[in-house]
Design a protein around this ligand. Structure first.
Ligand SMILES: [Zn+2]
Length: 105
């Protein structure tokens, strides 16, 4: 099985619709609504690590700021880190995660 590794060529924060739009190198465009994106934060604080369950679950209610996307930083050649309006910016979302979440791979 051949797995092709795709990277974004561009991304944009749409504050009106509260979505992150990612354009991929194969031409696909995917959108991620801010709140589900925040909920999916893979960092140890949010999603847990080992026996620690994490602070975010399906039942977590986010404040406006927690679910407001401020900026997006590239992380190496494999992912991005969203910086949320409440200052949270420790989650690394790999391109693979984002492609899978969008149903692309
Ligand atoms: Zn997090």
């Amino acid at each position: 099985m051949v797995t092709q590794f795709h990277r974004p060529t561009d991304w944009a924060i749409d504050a009106t619709r509260r979505v992150l739009t990612v354009t991929w190198d194969d031409g696909a465009v995917s959108e991620y609504a801010w709140e589900p994106l925040r909920r999916a934060c893979p960092c140890a604080y949010c999603s847990g690590e080992g026996s620690f369950a994490g602070n975010v679950s399906d039942a977590t209610v986010f404040t406006e700021r927690q679910a407001t996307l401020d900026r997006v930083y590239p992380v190496g050649r494999y992912g991005i880190t969203p910086a949320w309006a409440d200052g949270h910016d420790t989650g690394i979302y790999t391109f693979k995660m984002l492609r899978t979440a969008a149903g692309l791979d």
